[in-house]
Ligand binder design. Structure first.
Ligand SMILES: Cc1ncc(COP(=O)(O)O)c(C=O)c1O
Length: 453
């Protein structure tokens, strides 16, 4: 894969200058960032105006599950734009109906009604609103190690430090510790212990908060940005039981884990659990046009059969986004993209990362499945002290910054969060691309190794 365009540093400089003058970027101190000007992308690669090409091990923000510029999805968007570029949400529109049908066909259990949003945070907002109206209760329980989005309710549900600046009393939100054996909050030494103690902790939290005040528990099926911690066997089934016992709505957030990322259409399938509500976005159409949504079970859907649902969006079920979803889901099925993600995880990426862990003193743990992997980097494998402190910035974060720079120098665009690098390529990544990425990671980890003790 080579860039289709000749390097054009002058054009790149103009793009960068207008960006710096007028674009206000997410999550950033505007004066301290230096965004790369991107000239193009295809499949698992993108390139800049200077002719540098990068293998994208981030899938954008973990959403380009079919890679960049898939010709069939691009054509479907073009065709839809020529036919009916937009239409209001109150009408039945062919691609909207078809997208909802294809999604409902794949969601577990009786999650058969789809409310479309423009992205993940809006999906979480609406799932919580549905749960509150359905139960008549207000509190929602979420995990400390979590990310659920940046709108007001979603950011309050979020556990990671992106919440802190917008944490206005966490209206109606109570956080708890979900299982994470490598850094166990429960001093557990086995998965069975971690699962049992985490469930006990959750039930104790519910008891002290008052079960009758709790509308919902929201969990990422496999927490993503927080560190890709696959829950131990029995945990999610246990949460399902607790929810049933107390009449609490169980929301699984599959915005990042859904649509093939873990090697199944939805991560919930690994655990044989069916939530009451499930949020999705990102991989539903690989983000070619913004789309998210809530999959709703029969009981909660029935709450709004005769009573209006008090929520909506001008662009709910936007035809361009839905056409992209229909094409993406069909491409994923026809090209066996989910099966590829599972194969890559099991036979190439997982073993390759474990092999790196054996040789690099900075890799404390490798965890994941499919194309959803984290390397937990440490100063010392025995003590498990993180390579950089939680939420480190500036000089304190220098080891991770150095790792990132080394990866880029070797042609790999890495996902870095705190003391972790995540390997989250497209679900249709090839074996050769993964091997290329592993070689670049190998070189970058040698830089991280210099900071171990
Ligand atoms: C699990 C999860 N939920 C919700 C969101 C928010 O999605 P969006 O950025 O589309 O609003 C994200 C984004 O990364 C996510 O990973």
């Amino acid at each position: 894969m080579t860039p289709h365009v000749e390097p054009d540093p002058q054009a790149g400089a103009a793009v960068k200058a207008a960006d710096r003058a007028h674009v206000f970027h997410s999550w950033s101190a505007q004066g301290l960032i230096d965004p790369l000007a991107v000239a193009g992308a295809e499949g698992s690669y993108f390139w800049d105006y200077d002719g540098n090409r990068y293998l994208d091990f981030t899938s954008g923000l973990v959403y380009t599950n079919i890679g960049y510029q898939h010709p069939k999805v691009v054509a479907a968007i073009q065709e839809q734009a020529g036919k009916l570029a937009t239409f209001a949400p109150a009408f039945a529109v062919d691609v909207r109906s078809e997208a909802a049908r294809l999604i409902a066909e794949r969601t577990p259990g009786d999650l058969d009604k789809i409310f479309f949003t423009n992205g993940g945070a809006e999906a979480v907002e609406n799932a919580v609103r549905m749960a509150r109206l359905h139960t008549g209760r207000t509190k929602v329980l979420s995990a400390y190690r979590s990310y659920h989005g940046a709108t007001s309710t979603a950011i309050n549900l979020t556990g990671d430090p992106r919440r802190w600046a917008s944490d206005n009393g966490s209206a109606g939100v109570v956080r708890f510790w979900a299982p994470f054996l490598y850094r166990s909050p429960f001093y557990a030494t086995t998965e069975a212990e971690e699962s049992a103690r985490a469930l006990q902790h959750l039930e104790d939290t519910i008891a002290f908060e008052g079960p009758a005040t709790i509308a919902a528990i929201i969990l990422e099926t496999v927490p993503g940005t927080a560190g890709i911690m696959t829950p131990p066997p029995g945990y999610l089934a246990g949460v399902r039981e607790i929810c049933d016992k107390y009449g609490i709505v169980f929301i699984l957030d599959e915005v990042m884990a859904g649509f093939g990322r873990t090697g199944k259409w939805f991560a919930a399938e690994h655990f044989d659990v069916v939530p009451d509500l499930m949020t999705f976005a990102k991989g539903v159409n690989s983000g070619y046009v913004p789309l998210g949504g809530v999959a709703i079970n029969a009981e909660i859907a029935a709450t709004f059969d005769k009573r209006p649902y008090p929520g909506g969006l001008t662009y709910s079920g936007h035809p361009l986004a839905c056409a992209a979803a229909v094409a993406t889901i069909n491409v994923m099925a026809d090209e066996k993209v989910v099966e590829n993600a599972a194969h890559i995880g099991e036979n190439v990426l997982g073993p390759g990362l474990r092999e790196l862990a054996e040789r690099h003193p900075s890799v404390g743990e490798v965890r994941g499945t499919g194309v959803f992997w984290a390397l937990d980097l440490v100063k010392n494998k025995e003590t498990r002290e993180p390579l950089v402190p939680y939420n480190a910035a500036g000089e304190a974060n220098a080891p991770m910054a150095a790792l990132g720079a080394a990866a880029k120098k070797n042609g790999l665009w890495p996902f870095i969060n705190m003391n972790r690098t995540h390997a989250v390529p497209a679900c249709n990544v090839s074996e050769a691309e993964v091997k290329e990425g592993l070689a670049a990671l190998d070189a970058a980890l040698s830089v991280a190794d210099e900071h171990t003790a």
